[in-house]
Design a protein around this ligand. Structure first.
Ligand SMILES: NC(=O)C1=CN([C@@H]2O[C@H](COP(=O)(O)OP(=O)(O)OC[C@H]3O[C@@H](n4cnc5c(N)ncnc54)[C@H](OP(=O)(O)O)[C@@H]3O)[C@@H](O)[C@H]2O)C=CC1
Ligand SMILES: O=C(CO)COP(=O)(O)O
Length: 326
């Protein structure tokens, strides 16, 4: 099937996805940014020094700052931070072709409403199928053509498979799913748990503690996914365990690095819009109450970030919870 791909958001991940798909050469790909001067420079220089320094961008990739460039795209990827997805949908929505499939590629939950991003986009773009792409993969690895695999989920299996086929290539492989809730919560909660892994590292609590966090963190993810109508098994896949292993252990992860600074006792702040887990922690704590599930690690991360709990006290709280079965 012939597709036209538009990737909105000329940051690290958007540029990497657009580059790997354009390099494949199967479908025309356009990267849509907000700043005409940046898009002109990318077209001329074929390198995005700020987002992906030293990575050459393929000749086939097109660049624009004109929002109406999305009008002929059959697949449209939204690759801006979670809290900007609603604004972007309102801005670009009027230009979308009526048949376009929209894919959110952010890893987070809307802070104001507590809604999943597919729900945020569905509200703004109700005529379009809304899918989600998530899983382990740093932008720099994807753009350099290192092997990466992620999940793409749509409510309709045929749409998920169409996306997986159209967006995959020789180095970037997508697995299709119909569990949008599981795939999204896997991506959002792994950021919270990567912060927790960073806290453990920064506070010098040891690698055994990190392994325990990854394992018990996965149990937290499963509980929330199930309570919110997803499939608990989904988080044992790429978006969930896969991404948690990557970002809970790699210093490339902004969430892990933010956690390390918290663990060292540096002042808590949100760390900026790209530390997605700093926003997701408090939303997850709210959702835990709303859905009556126990998320002790996410609760502790939220409390450390808002300054109401110290790292040592958080550890004591987690270690002295009632003994239970696994
Ligand atoms: N970097 C990575 O390795 C990966 C990132 N992700 C996820 O992708 C998302 C984006 O991350 P990343 O690319 O790293 O972030 P960057 O900061 O590198 O890029 C974000 C981009 O979004 C643009 N943007 C912000 N608000 C809007 C808006 N309202 N409309 C249109 N564009 C907007 C920014 O434009 P401007 O510069 O004008 O502000 C910027 O180009 C995050 O949710 C992240 O978790 C997922 C997997 C890997
Ligand atoms: O999600 C990512 C890779 O899969 C990127 O992680 P960070 O946002 O923590 O850098």
């Amino acid at each position: 099937m012939s597709e036209r791909i538009a990737v909105i958001g000329a940051g690290a991940f958007g540029t990497a996805l657009a580059a790997v798909m354009a390099l494949e050469g199967r479908h025309p790909v356009t990267l849509v940014g907000r700043h005409p001067s940046l898009m002109n420079d990318l077209r001329d220089d074929r390198v995005h020094d700020a987002a992906l320094p030293g990575v050459p961008l393929p000749d086939a990739l097109q660049f624009t700052a004109e929002p109406d460039a999305v009008a002929d795209a059959s697949l449209v990827l939204f690759v801006m931070p979670s809290q900007a997805q609603g604004d972007a949908a309102r801005h670009y929505g009027p230009y979308l072709s009526k048949d376009a499939v929209v894919v959110t590629c952010a890893k987070g939950i809307d802070r104001a409403s507590g809604k999943l991003l597919t729900d945020v986009l569905e509200k703004e773009l109700s005529a379009h199928p809304i899918a989600v792409l998530s899983g382990p993969g740093f932008a720099a690895d994807i753009a350099r053509g290192l092997p990466t695999a992620m999940a793409v989920a749509a409510a309709d299996q045929a749409v998920a498979e169409r996306l997986a086929n159209a967006l995959s290539g020789r180095t970037f492989r997508l697995y299709a799913s119909t569990d949008r809730t599981g795939v999204q919560l896997g991506g959002a909660l792994k950021n919270v748990l990567a912060i927790a892994c960073g806290i453990v590292e920064g506070a010098g609590l040891g690698e055994s503690a990190r392994a325990a966090l990854i394992s018990r963190g996965l149990a937290e993810m499963s509980r929330l996914v199930e309570a919110m109508g997803g499939n608990a098994d989904t988080v044992r896949g790429l978006s969930g365990l896969g991404d948690l292993v990557l970002t809970g252990t790699s210093h490339q992860s902004r969430n892990l690095r933010f956690g390390i600074s918290l663990g060292r006792g540096e002042p808590a702040s949100t760390g900026g819009p790209l530390v997605e887990g700093a926003f997701a922690a408090s939303v997850a704590a709210r959702l835990a109450k709303e859905f009556s599930v126990d998320l002790p690690i996410a609760d502790a991360v939220a409390a450390i970030i808002d300054g109401s709990l110290g790292v040592q006290a958080a550890m004591e709280r987690l270690m002295t919870r009632p003994i239970t079965t696994e």
